[in-house]
Design a protein around this ligand. Structure first.
Ligand code: GLN
Length: 614
């Protein structure tokens, strides 16, 4: 079994700091002093729910001040940022967590991460009774951890009996009109929220939920709106570690929150959350080992948020035009010629990675330099990961610019949520295709309709002389070969060729369409490869190697084929060798054309032909 290097690293960190026995468990809440000071656990939960944990990561302890970050989120959900800001600021105090200082200019506590601010935050929690208000807090925490939680009643009692300093803070706040009655209810609520029992593992999941846009990575429940997360993380970053917050963000570089129960959470947005537990605290009230663990993990793995010097990936996965790559739709000779000549009017940009301000800016620079000949633009989203709102705004502006310049935009493979947002921005004039192939086909159709005087009538039965591959045959030659062909009618859904069967005929499609399906290796799933239309021919490869059929070809509708059995070719060989040669030559040329085209596509896809930005 391979051992995860993440796990071995946190094991290593655990062992490094296990001997560290500086500091003491909090004792100002008498019950907290009873904890076994040697307990030590570390857990990391990724934004997709993978948990790595060592030591006493499942030991339960009281959440204490870490609750402040989450209750602040609930207050924001209850009242919105503007209303909450009036009641609690976001400035660090530079003072101890339990200090009695207020922002007197604005008549509010400095921030929600210290006691004065947290009591004011808890006072904001809605509910018709003390029970209902507490149950809303508890339910929120349970949603954050993904399972039921309980309160440590003895720690709660202990704090309620001895929390006179917090009472003093609350009454001062009442006196200045920062909070309103019922003060005792607010205080009990605050003491209870601090006494909720969690483990280091729970803390990791809670912080991973913050990292994961408010979606619990284990239960997948949206616990809190993404908008609120950035407010929570901001105050965690500036005020989460009490009067150590400045040094913390300087060294560790992650939004974090600690509690006097010995817990710490730290969040790397978009990636994971850390939860540590070790009850020995320093003078400021932060877990001594917890600080070391976070510092160590952060420097080992470059987690510092300001230590990101990521160079922009290219937003362009591949770029090409419609004369190099075409849709899988089989085209008539006349159409092929037009597409070969005019295909360069179609530009395809396969986008990749995250769309945000800087990658969109790059995309726009590519588009600015588009060949003026280009009249159709496909933006394919198959390799796009995340799209933020500024990217959607810029995409919308880009669309307007394209329209002004008479360039038709087609987008393919865009995520349904993005499509919904774009539609709500009025993208009704844009064609959304399910896949790139249909987008290409659509562009080709638009292009062809400009150049072809009359559309090809799919239902008209073509004569043998109208088959693309037989166009070079003279009327007398057609007369000679005609008797060799058998006219066969296939009903809708009927198989024309079956994978694996011996191949001994060439099919020329006189009317209708037939689709090639490949059976996928796993199970009965099949994939559409291409569709043949009247005038085109299939099955010719086997003439050269007499191999077996590699795919199923099925009639999409009632189909008429001119079928040439290989046996019949003997008649040509014996009586009309020059006609036989001509046929072989045409088939050969046709194959060469296909191969050349494939090579051009492969060359393009292997990056040789990717256009560089001018
Ligand atoms: N319940 C504790 C108090 O108010 C929480 C303090 C903390 O964890 N920093 O004193």
């Amino acid at each position: 079994m391979l051992l995860s290097p993440i796990l071995t690293s946190i094991q290593d960190i655990y062992e490094n700091y296990l001997p560290l026995t500086e500091g003491n468990p909090a004792s100002y809440i008498p019950e907290l002093a009873k904890v076994n000071p040697d307990l030590f656990g570390i857990a990391i939960c990724t934004a997709d729910g993978q948990i790595y944990e060592v030591g006493d990561s499942q030991h339960l302890f009281t959440i204490q001040s870490i609750s402040k970050a989450f209750v602040y989120g609930l207050a924001l959900a209850d009242h919105g940022v503007t209303a909450v800001m009036k009641k609690v600021g976001v400035e660090p105090t530079g003072e101890a967590f339990n200090s009695i200082v207020f922002d007197e200019v604005n008549n509010r506590p400095y921030n929600p991460m210290v006691n004065a601010g947290a009591i004011a935050t808890t006072a904001l929690i809605k509910g018709n009774s003390a029970e209902e208000r507490f149950s809303r807090i508890l339910t929120l925490f349970e949603d954050f951890v993904g399972h039921p939680l309980t309160v440590d009643e003895s720690v709660y009692q202990s704090e309620s009996e001895t929390g006179h300093r917090n009472r003093a803070i609350a009454y001062l706040e009442l006196n200045s009109g920062m909070i309103e009655q019922p003060i005792d209810e607010h205080l009990e609520l605050y003491f209870r929220q601090c006494s909720i029992l969690v483990s280091g593992r729970d803390l990791a999941v809670m912080s991973a939920t913050l990292a994961n846009n408010g979606i619990n990575p284990i239960t997948k429940k949206q616990v809190i709106e993404p908008d609120i997360i950035k407010s929570i993380l901001s105050v965690m970053a500036s005020c989460g570690m009490y009067n150590f917050s400045g040094e913390w963000i300087y060294k560790v570089g992650l939004p974090a929150k600690s509690g006097v129960g010995g817990g710490i959470i730290a969040v790397l947005p978009g990636q994971f959350g850390i939860g540590t537990f070790s009850p020995r605290l320093d003078e400021l009230g932060n877990s001594v080992r917890g600080l070391k663990v976070c510092e160590d993990i952060s420097s080992r793995f470059n987690f510092h948020l300001f230590d990101t010097h990521t160079l922009l990936d290219s937003i362009i996965h591949r770029q090409y035009n419609g004369s190099i790559v075409s849709s899988t739709k089989q085209r008539r000779q006349a159409e092929k010629e037009i597409l070969e000549k005019e295909g360069k009017q179609i530009a395809v940009f396969e986008l990749q990675g995250d769309l945000y301000f800087s990658t969109m800016e790059k995309l726009f620079r590519y588009l600015e330099n588009l060949d003026p000949e280009i009249k159709y633009l496909i933006l394919d989203g198959h390799f796009i990961n995340n799209v933020n709102s500024s990217a959607l705004f810029l995409l919308d502006q880009t669309k307007e610019e394209l329209l002004k310049n008479n360039i038709t935009l087609i987008v393919s493979n865009f995520d349904t949520n993005i499509i919904k947002t774009l539609l709500s921005k009025g993208w009704l004039d844009v064609n959304f295709s399910v896949d790139l192939d249909s987008a290409l086909e659509e562009c080709e159709n638009l292009l062809l309709s400009k150049y072809l005087s009359k559309q090809i009538d799919k239902n008209k039965k073509l004569s043998l002389s109208e088959m693309d591959l037989l166009l070079e045959f003279t009327p007398p030659e057609i007369e000679i070969i005609k008797p060799l062909f058998e006219e066969i009618i296939y009903k809708e859904k009927e198989s024309i060729t079956v994978e694996g069967e011996e191949a001994n005929q060439i099919f020329f499609l006189a009317s209708g369409t037939a689709t090639v399906y490949l059976k996928l290796l796993n199970g009965d799933k099949k994939r559409r490869l291409t569709t043949y239309i009247s005038g085109t021919c299939f099955g010719e490869l086997a003439l050269f190697d007499r191999g077996n059929r590699y795919a199923n070809i099925v009639a999409d509708n009632d189909v008429i084929c001119y079928v040439l059995h290989f046996e019949k070719l003997k008649i040509l060989i014996n009586n009309y060798p020059e006609i036989y040669l001509k046929l072989l030559e045409i088939l050969g040329k046709n194959l060469v054309k296909k191969l050349r085209r494939n090579s051009a596509e492969i060359k393009n896809f292997s990056g040789v032909n990717i256009l560089s930005r001018k």
